[in-house]
Design a protein around this ligand. Structure first.
Ligand code: FMN
Length: 192
């Protein structure tokens, strides 16, 4: 069976440039790795995710999204820049993800923003969050300026090029690490 690639878009709006970017990266990886790509948009899950701090507080759609991420072989995350970091919605979702569920799982970091001024949110905010999860954050992140999209399509050849460069550079790293389900089986300490 092919790799299961799950994209998570932390934009509360629809349509969303971030969803377009995450979807494009997930699809390119699926094609290159002969896997299947699924895109999860968090906007419609906001109410369920805010219902309480515990998994039992959540509705079925939020629980299903969490289970998809926790069982993925490869994850592509993306968020719009809001106040120079990822959205509250993005964090709210990952607050519910199991502390050890992403351990050693390869993750591609992406974001979009209104200018290039906050491009480093990928490195300075997103990467440490997934460091907490002991995930395998891949070395290249992708940031798209909103001006690189027209009518919620990627219009900029430079952004398309950044996506394909990233995919080409990270595919060998993912292939080196192609035992994520085995990694998941490794003992996890039951502590918080
Ligand atoms: C509440 C809010 C805060 C924002 N803050 C920033 C910001 O700090 N830096 C930035 O570059 N863009 C900021 N933006 C612009 C969005 O990040 C940008 O339009 C993004 O591409 C929207 O993505 P989406 O279409 O997926 O929702 C903000 C937008 C909103 C609505």
């Amino acid at each position: 069976m092919g790799l299961s690639i799950v994209g998570i878009s932390g934009s509360p709006t629809s349509p969303s440039r971030t969803s377009v970017l995450v979807g494009a990266v997930a699809d390119a990886l699926a094609e290159r790795l002969d896997g299947t790509a699924e895109l999860i948009e968090l906007g419609p899950l906001l109410g369920e995710l805010g219902a309480g701090p515990f998994r039992g507080d959540l509705g079925p759609a939020a629980r299903e999204a969490l289970e998809a991420v926790e069982s993925a072989d490869l994850i592509v995350v993306g968020s719009p820049a809001y106040r120079a970091t990822y959205t509250g919605l993005f964090k709210l979702f990952f607050d519910h993800v199991g502390q050890y569920s992403l351990q050693d799982i390869p993750i591609v970091l992406t974001a979009t923003g209104g200018s290039d001024r906050h491009a480093l949110l990928v490195e300075h905010q997103m990467r440490p969050l997934f460091g907490f999860f002991q995930a395998l954050t891949l070395p290249l992140g992708i940031y798209g300026n909103q001006d690189e999209f027209v009518d919620y399509r990627i219009e900029s050849p430079e952004l398309r090029q950044r996506i394909s460069t990233t995919v080409e550079r990270i595919v060998p790293l993912i292939q080196l690490n192609l035992t994520p389900s085995q990694s998941r089986e490794l003992a996890r300490p039951a502590v918080f």
